[in-house]
Design a protein around this ligand. Sequence first.
Ligand SMILES: NC(=O)C1=CN([C@@H]2O[C@H](COP(=O)(O)OP(=O)(O)OC[C@H]3O[C@@H](n4cnc5c(N)ncnc54)[C@H](OP(=O)(O)O)[C@@H]3O)[C@@H](O)[C@H]2O)C=CC1
Ligand SMILES: CC(=O)N[C@@H](CCC(=O)OP(=O)(O)O)C(=O)O
Length: 308
Amino acid sequence: MTKTVFIDGGAGTTGLEIVDRLAGRADLSILTLPDDRRKDAEARREAINDADFVILCLPDDAAREAVSLIANDRTRVVDASTAHRTAEGWVYGFAELNPEQEERIAEARFVSNPGCYPTGFLALVRPMVRAGIIPAEFPVTVNAASGYSGGGKAMIAEYESATHRAFRPYGLSLAHKHAPEMQRHSGLSHAPIFAPSVVDTYRGMVVEVPLPLYALPGAPSLDKVAHVLAEAYANSRIVRFSPDAVAAVNIEENAGSDRMTLRVCGNAATGQARLIATLDNLGKGAGGAAVQNLNIMAGLDPTAGLVL
Ligand SMILES: NC(=O)C1=CN([C@@H]2O[C@H](COP(=O)(O)OP(=O)(O)OC[C@H]3O[C@@H](n4cnc5c(N)ncnc54)[C@H](OP(=O)(O)O)[C@@H]3O)[C@@H](O)[C@H]2O)C=CC1
Ligand SMILES: CC(=O)N[C@@H](CCC(=O)OP(=O)(O)O)C(=O)O
């Protein structure tokens, strides 16, 4: 029987991306609320309890409230918000994180989509920690730039008004909401120093982890680090390791797609590396990941509906 899906927050930035990816799918049927009832708690309660799957594209508090409206033991949830990414009882919805993660997602009732920046960070760092190249105690830094759609409707309105801000570092008090999930799911003992910025482009992001290889146990070579990443994602159609040498990386590289590209750059002579991920904050960073998780939970082709 066709499974039903309700997208709570379907009129928001992330919600609309998911609606687009699910449009025309014959293997799923989408429940929608009329525009004047999309924030009505009773209408949402009914849709949430009617659906086989609910995708939450809401602010954190509204996502917690939506979960509290579930009054059955059947509805399964993908939450795109930050509310449940380190919560008990929730499976972290990053299928490429560990070899067993896709299976855990397939069996889960409650799946939390990763944050957009953590998606890039964890893709680069988790295989390094797993392979023992980065010790859990190592002090890690992550620098990143995001398109302004990462801030949802409010930031889009701000950037599309007269205000023009080319490059804006933020999160300066080092208490960004993504730091806890970066620590938890990387296996590091400390949260990384996370230096995000927002730039004047709509979508896309660059996430970079600078690594002093000479300071790591055994001083691994650039080639060794590249090999670990290439192996980790050898079977993925979504996360791709690129061995090609590049002089620069464009934030738009994967904008408009659900792909993520990983690179290991640097200077072999000085033993310094720059691990770089490019992705779309609204693609693999949000909507694409939500649809991938839904596909996995529903036992469908994980890449169905994705832009690859
Ligand atoms: N933008 C991004 O790149 C990413 C976003 N996310 C997460 O996805 C979630 C949604 O973000 P985003 O799409 O950017 O945000 P938006 O502000 O663009 O959209 C949020 C939507 O939720 C609706 N909404 C708010 N409160 C309620 C409620 N109580 N009941 C029903 N609907 C409600 C809003 O309604 P209205 O239209 O009336 O304002 C809006 O349509 C957030 O948790 C965010 O952290 C995750 C990864 C990346
Ligand atoms: C540019 C910008 O403001 N980005 C947002 C992160 C995007 C987002 O909504 O984060 P989640 O993935 O946790 O939902 C921020 O830094 O808070």
